[in-house]
Design a binder for this molecule. Structure first.
Ligand SMILES: *Cc1c(COP(=O)(O)O)cnc(C)c1O
Length: 373
């Protein structure tokens, strides 16, 4: 047998040849939109802290107080001794925001999706997922043992075709989508998906990781499970599932990523609670990222932004990396996103906007992008 490290080196080599090798870069935020990388200060358009809450004085203070009072860690899973009293307020706030009976906080968005999907569905069931859903939703589907089929991105007629053909052969059915797609920033037709789910006797799961506070969905379908993260718009860390009381009860009794993983540090829970309080009050802050994204797409003649995420499609991985490097040279951090995260031939800049960006910053970025693409 060849040596372990030799096998791995060959694999890394192959990734490198495909322009798919990834690197960790030391990156430090000095405020909500500026980072230092390789000793150079850059204006950042790649973060997911859409409302600049990570750096909000009240959010930090809430975390600091909880850290000082309760210590650094949760010390056990939530079912043992890790269920700090602060969770009650956080979960109530989440349920209120999502108009659901209850919410359950997980260690991360990844763990939440994986946990809920893998225990909701099982052998003999059907999961129908949008082609572009996040990796953790697919992991959950695979873990569940259910049959997984994919429909063309945001294409209701394709989803309908697949359901018509296959729904009858399975017991339960779950349709999965993201409310706002993480790499394209476009919005799912939630109302149409809900109607489809109703017609074909299916449940609906939506991941609102990039939609929370940015895009409001008024869709009402009783068999809906709403998943999301506290690590993006909320500026902290953690994940959640919102739905009925009985859903919460079932998940805390069955979801393995909930049961067998330590609770969040109390400071993280306290910060998220404060951040959600600010989001509920400060509507101007919440409207800002989309306004700036609109300004940017207007300046570049791109299709109008639907969320805080704007893709600038470049094509080949190598070209996208070059454009990103040129922007870095000009003082901007805009990450290149490559396959396998996105489809072959659709490597891109993924530009994200924050409430802490100014119009002048957006103008400067647009000028810089025009020069390098
Ligand atoms: C980031 C993301 C997740 C994972 O959330 P974390 O809290 O970072 O683990 C899940 N789903 C989508 C759509 C995401 O963009």
């Amino acid at each position: 047998m060849p040596a372990l490290d030799d096998v791995l080196e060959q694999r890394i080599h192959d990734l490198h040849d495909k322009c798919q090798r990834r690197y960790l870069h030391g990156t430090e935020y000095t405020d909500s939109v500026r980072v230092v990388r390789d000793g150079k200060s850059l204006l950042c358009f790649s973060g997911n802290d859409y409302f600049a809450l990570s750096d909000h004085p009240e959010v930090k203070q809430a975390g600091q107080e909880a850290l000082a009072r309760y210590g650094a860690g949760a010390r056990a899973s939530r079912l043992v001794t890790g269920n700090h009293g602060l969770y009650a307020s956080l979960e109530q706030r989440l349920a209120q925001m999502k108009h659901t009976q209850a919410a359950l906080v997980f260690g991360s968005g990844y763990l939440a999706n994986q946990g809920v999907i893998s225990v909701l569905m099982g052998k003999g069931d059907l999961i129908l997922a949008d082609k572009w859903v996040h990796a953790c939703m697919l992991d959950g589907a695979v873990l569940s043992g259910a049959k997984l089929l994919r429909f063309a991105h945001n294409d209701i007629s394709d989803a309908k075709r697949i359901l018509g053909q296959h729904r009858g052969s399975y017991r339960y059915c779950l349709i999965m989508t993201e409310t706002v797609f993480s790499m394209d920033g476009d919005v799912a037709p939630m109302q149409d998906l809900a109607e489809l789910a109703e017609t074909y006797d299916a449940w609906l799961l939506s991941d609102d990781a990039h939609g929370l506070g940015i895009v409001e969905h008024t869709m009402q379908y009783p068999h809906t499970i709403q998943v999301g993260t506290l690590s993006k718009a909320v500026g902290g860390y953690g994940g959640y599932v919102c739905g009925s009381h009985i859903l919460k009860e079932y998940l805390l009794n069955s979801a393995r990523s909930f049961i067998f993983s330590t609770g969040l540090p109390p400071a993280v829970v306290a910060s998220a609670d404060k951040a959600l309080e600010i989001m509920a009050q400060d509507k101007e802050r919440c409207a800002r990222p989309l306004q700036l994204a609109h300004m940017f797409t207007g300046l570049l003649g791109l299709p109008p932004a639907q969320s805080a995420i704007v893709p600038v499609i470049i094509g080949e991985s190598e070209a996208a990396l070059k454009v990103s490097a040129a922007l870095q040279e000009a003082g901007f951090l805009v990450s290149a996103i490559r396959p396998p995260t996105v489809l072959q031939g659709s490597a891109r800049l993924r530009v994200t906007f924050s409430a802490a960006h100014t119009e002048e910053m957006v103008l400067r970025l647009a000028e810089a992008v025009k020069l390098v693409i």
